[in-house]
Design a protein around this ligand. Structure first.
Ligand code: CTP
Length: 407
């Protein structure tokens, strides 16, 4: 099932375009939402009206349509989907994608996209065998485009060979494989907190910290790559919102806690945020002006502890909760104490001493701590630390499944 997956279907020209109508129905039946771009060639074979009726969405055809561009530009079209599927993909559109052309809405959308692309070729067998097409397909494969098909058989023109568009149910299973094969965390929900929190003093000032958010963002991506449905709850950072991951931007610790609680129940929570421990006791609505006093006192009050709150929540505690510990001294001892005190399952501890600058860096050296072991992980990029942690999370859920199966 493709529940909640958003497919952008590009229908290019070719007799096989009629099959795209059945494909839309098949995808919708499996729970996906389908938005379509119909190329000029595609519109020679199927009408925008039938595509709109089946997809229950507006159909996009024209790069230069002011109306479409205001309502939904090609950039948005290319971003608001989980997968772009070109079916049928004619030799012409394959050549245009391979060469990076942007001369109509379909090619421009693909060029502007940061999403995965699946191409389902359909053409005359000679065109498929042509060296030009072969080299274009190789180019696309090298860029990570998924090529599904074509199938062999008798063509509409009477010739026999490879060139038939895959049947809609076969395309559906290729799409399902894309989303779920090698996705051991598929079906699991994860909350990841990242970045600093900013605690406002007045409209222009705040108390914050140096967290860059890089480690938390990398963890969100690593979990999502393994199929988890991840929501990233992030304080202000300079990182780009990761594609395909639902991101909630907050400023304060209280907002972060509220967002996390709304996301429960969840299977996994990774609290990588550097949450401010204190917030100004009172917020001044107007900018605090300088006076003749040379010093100022800011009274602070403790913020709620998100990791503790999630770990101690009775009804909806995530099944696996991972905290971080940022310490300048006695790293492992302090981190183990945090594990006990906060009630999480694992702690990833990193030193934030001035000799070991972690904030903003691309690398991290951490200790992985559970109730019964401490592992020192070698220094690695934050992406690699994230992937290693994600692999441990997969192991945990595999063992958990095995335990339940044995019971
Ligand atoms: N944390 C949290 N909410 C807070 C403070 C911390 O969820 N209000 C989480 C962090 O996201 C991290 C863990 O608790 O996963 C430890 O954070 P850290 O800053 O190392 O420790 P603190 O709890 O703030 O304790 P201290 O400042 O005394 O070291």
């Amino acid at each position: 099932m493709l529940n909640g997956k958003r497919i952008l279907l590009i229908i290019s020209g070719g007799i096989a375009a009629y099959k795209s109508l059945e494909l839309i129905r098949t995808l919708k039946k499996s729970g996906a939402s389908v938005r379509c771009i119909l190329t000029q060639g595609g519109a020679q074979f199927v009408t925008p009206l039938s595509v709109a009726a089946l997809s229950e969405e507006q159909v996009y055809t024209d790069l230069w349509s002011l109306k479409d561009e205001t309502e939904m530009g090609h950039i948005r079209l290319s971003r608001e989907c989980d997968l772009i599927v070109v079916a049928p993909a004619s030799a012409n559109i394959i050549a245009r994608i391979a060469n990076g052309l942007a001369d109509d809405l379909a090619s421009t959308t693909i060029l502007a996209s940061d999403k995965p692309v699946m191409v389902c070729p359909a053409m005359n067998p000679q065109m498929w065998e042509n060296a030009a097409t072969k080299s274009n397909i190789e180019t696309l494969k090298k860029r990570g485009v998924i090529i599904s098909g074509p199938a062999a058989g008798e063509m509409a023109c009477g010739e026999i060979g490879y060139g038939r568009l895959l049947e809609p149910d076969v395309i559906l299973s290729a799409i399902t494989d894309f989303f779920f094969a090698d996705k051991p965390l598929a079906g699991l929900k994860a909350i990841v907190t990242a970045g600093p929190t900013f605690e406002p003093i007045d409209p222009v000032r705040f108390v914050g910290n140096r967290s860059s958010g890089k480690q938390g963002y990398a963890i969100a991506k690593a979990l999502s790559d393994l199929g988890a449905s991840v929501t990233l709850v992030t304080g202000p950072t300079n990182e780009d919102a990761p594609s395909g991951i639902k991101t909630i931007c907050i400023e304060t610790a209280r907002q972060m806690l509220e967002s996390c609680q709304k996301l429960l129940p969840s299977d996994i929570a990774v609290c990588a945020a550097a949450v401010a421990d204190w917030t100004p006791e009172t917020y001044q609505n107007s900018k605090i002006k300088k006076t003749s006093d040379t010093s100022v006192t800011l009274k602070m009050t403790q913020n709620p502890d998100i990791l503790s709150t999630l770990s101690k929540s009775v009804e909806k505690r995530p099944h696996l909760i991972v905290g971080f510990a940022a310490e300048t001294d006695n790293l492992v001892d302090n981190a183990r104490m945090k594990l006990l005190k906060k009630g999480c399952d694992w702690i990833v501890a990193n030193s934030v001493s001035p000799e070991n600058p972690v904030f903003g860096a691309d690398e991290n050296q951490v200790y992985f701590i559970t109730s019964d072991k401490v592992e020192e992980w070698p220094r690695a990029t934050k992406d690699d630390v994230a992937r290693k942690l994600a692999a441990r999370i997969v192991e945990f859920f595999n063992q958990d499944k095995a335990k339940h199966a044995a019971e």
